[in-house]
Design a binder for this molecule. Structure first.
Ligand code: SF4
Length: 153
């Protein structure tokens, strides 16, 4: 079973109420066992919502997530990551499958893999993973994004 960002499948769960429908991801989903996920909605955030970015504090190694009006939404992001992983593991068990990997939206503070926005809301990308992806990597689940399908096809 694969986990796929719901917004890549056309679900309007993006911060602005839209989606990130990606044709090849939809085609992949038609041929594979999958579960759509949206960790931010699972963490209790609304649609639409203020855009959020991760901030890393080098001095104390603390990770926080804030939105563009300065609210701290860290708890919602970590809760959403845990709840999504728990639901995915439960679903995989029910199907008698393992979680093979995840195809998740690039640059998102939850779903981004390898690159995320830097926390300044200036459209600046830095290396790093979203909060949900960090959790998946901890347990060895491979992650791809919509522009990195080389290992999947
Ligand atoms: S990138 Fe992830 S958290 Fe953001 S809308 Fe898409 S599925 Fe939800």
């Amino acid at each position: 079973m694969y986990l796929i960002s719901a917004c890549l499948l056309g679900e309007n769960c993006k911060y602005d109420g839209g989606n990130n429908l990606t044709d090849w991801v939809l085609a992949f989903a038609e041929k594979h066992s999958f579960m759509p996920v949206c960790p931010e909605v699972a963490g209790g955030l609304s649609v639409p919502r203020h855009p959020c970015e991760i901030r890393e504090n080098a001095s104390d190694c603390a990770t926080t997530v804030v939105n563009d009006i300065g609210e701290d939404v860290t708890d919602a992001f970590f809760l959403g990551a845990e709840e999504t992983l728990r639901a995915a593991q439960k679903e995989a068990r029910a199907r008698g499958e393992k979680i093979e990997g995840a195809i998740l939206k690039k640059n998102s503070p939850s779903c981004g893999s390898g690159s995320v926005y830097d926390g300044t809301f200036s459209h600046t990308i830095v290396g790093g993973d979203g909060i949900f992806v960090r959790r998946l990597r901890e347990i060895g689940i491979p992650v791809w994004h919509e522009e990195r399908k080389d290992y999947l096809l």
